[in-house]
Design a protein around this ligand. Structure first.
Ligand code: C2O
Ligand code: CU
Length: 472
């Protein structure tokens, strides 16, 4: 990586030695009981103001970066509510451009989904308002972001986490969110302004040179030996895919895209744009040590995200109970024997079939041969799903690029990848298709309305790779 976010490469040797030492020293300490209640919901934020701001992304030795922010900070406020509660939020837009707020992953009424022209009028520039109000049926880790001019609006910092806590959350010592994002900054830490350039749109999207965790480049994250942390990861990047490894640790994945999954260890936690994972991170190493969290999704561009820095305090406990199995959310289970079958083929991009250039300027991608504009005022549905029926949709990536495909308003089961049945029951709202991948998803179309389905690489979304799925 280059630019102000570039990180020095650490010497591996000393680190490996420490880790060997740690493994031997952990097991002796006595078991401390885990606290019963994880985190208490905060009093709800009632007002969300969208406006320009500035923020120190790369530390005080660099200039601040002009950003667009919710309530003045990137990420925006962490909204924490409890399952079954109702979210009510008045949004005021002080930007010079229209915006909306989309509640990624929430199964809500169509009119609250935040898609301009399709579900609501855009929130006008310089003073427009819109009130979002809906129930939260599912516990889990979600997020919010605009659904208009997405490459620039999200790329300048408009996103925040929405955490819906279980009615009876599993015991942990800390429940924290890492909103992962990246920026393309110049040497003065300014966002490079070419948000819709041809290269990004037709290739892998806008992948930045500076990675932030909760809005700052970080050297370290403080932990205590013996702590059990519920770590909620949100990929809010326009295009960057993360593949995180927690050196010296063995985190359990307990939820994907907010929904419980059978707890399983993961060597590398892979998250495409829009995707989330809840981890149980047991801090089993020794006081005073430090351990790298590496992102090596792009093998030749591996870097250190930060270090887990253990305080000198005595371990809180020496052994950890099994990772908790979260209670299922009330999502209807599709009946695969009676499901209607559909197929969506994603095509285009460089080295692929770019749709007839002359008719479709700036459109590089298609779904079933059709490119759709993000700013279209009329949206014809590409596919209609019969209401209350079970459906299986085969998603085919006919390109040499990665595409995290996201469906609004529903949660689906990822039933197979490349012809292999998924060994786990895995609910998602965004499924990452690697080049030439195919996946099958299954759902009960129980939420009527016109819903977006699109690639969450925002430059792909804005240059054709989106479609409307009607449930009626
Ligand atoms: Cu996270 Cu259509 O969006
Ligand atoms: Cu894509």
């Amino acid at each position: 990586m280059t630019g102000p976010g570039a990180r020095r490469d650490e010497d591996n040797h000393e680190y490996m030695n420490r880790r060997h030492f740690l493994r031997a020293s952990v097991s002796a300490t006595a078991l401390a009981a885990l606290p019963r209640a994880a985190a208490t919901p905060r009093p709800g934020v009632a007002q969300l103001t969208v406006a320009a701001a500035d923020q120190s992304l790369v530390g005080s030795s660099h200039p601040r970066t002009a950003v667009w922010a919710y309530n003045g900070t990137v990420p925006g406020p962490e909204l924490r509510l409890r399952q079954g509660e109702r979210l009510r939020l008045s949004v005021e837009n002080r930007l010079d451009v229209e915006t909306t707020v989309h509640w990624h992953g929430i199964r809500l009424p169509n009119a609250m989904d935040g898609v301009p022209h399709l579900t609501q009028p855009p929130i006008a520039a310089r003073g427009g308002r819109f009130v979002y109000e809906f129930d939260l049926p599912d516990a889990g880790t979600y997020w919010y972001h605009p659904h208009l001019g997405s490459p620039e609006q999200v790329g300048r910092g408009l996103y925040g986490a929405l955490v819906v806590e279980e009615r009876d959350p599993p015991p942990v010592d800390r429940d924290v969110v890492w909103v992962l994002s990246d920026w393309r900054l110049d040497r003065e830490a300014r966002s490079v302004g070419d948000f819709r350039n041809f290269m990004d749109a037709s290739h892998a999207g806008r992948i930045g040179n500076t990675v932030t965790v909760n809005g700052t480049v970080r050297d370290s994250w403080a932990v205590r030996a013996g702590e059990r942390i519920r770590l909620r990861l949100v990929n809010a990047s326009n295009a960057r895919i993360y593949g995180l490894r927690f050196e010296g640790h063995a985190p359990w994945v307990i939820a994907l895209d907010g929904h419980p999954v059978e707890p399983h260890p993961s060597e590398q936690v892979v998250l495409g744009p829009g995707m989330r994972a809840d981890l149980i991170l047991d801090c089993a190493a020794a006081p005073g040590t430090a351990h790298r969290v590496i992102d090596d999704f792009y093998a030749r561009r591996a870097y250190e995200l930060l270090k887990l820095a253990y305080s000198g305090e005595a371990p809180l406990r020496g052994r950890f109970p099994d990772a908790p199995r979260l209670p299922d959310n009330p999502v209807a289970i599709p009946d695969l024997t009676k499901a209607e079958r559909h197929r969506l083929v994603f095509a285009g991009g460089m080295m692929g079939a770019i749709p007839a250039q002359r008719e479709h300027r700036g459109l590089f991608w298609t779904v079933n041969g059709v490119p759709m504009r993000e700013d279209a005022h009329r949206h014809e549905p590409l596919m209609t799903l019969a209401h209350r029926r079970s459906h299986v949709i085969e998603l085919v990536n006919d390109t040499v690029w990665d595409h995290p495909i996201h469906l609004h308003g529903h949660t689906f089961l990822v039933t197979s990848r490349n012809g292999k049945p998924n060994p786990r029951r895995e609910w998602s709202d965004t499924v990452l298709l690697r080049p030439d991948d195919r996946a099958e998803i299954a759902l009960v179309a129980d939420n009527p309305g016109n819903w977006m389905l699109h690639c969450h690489v925002l430059e792909h979304q804005a240059s054709g790779m989106m479609a409307v799925v009607r449930v009626s």
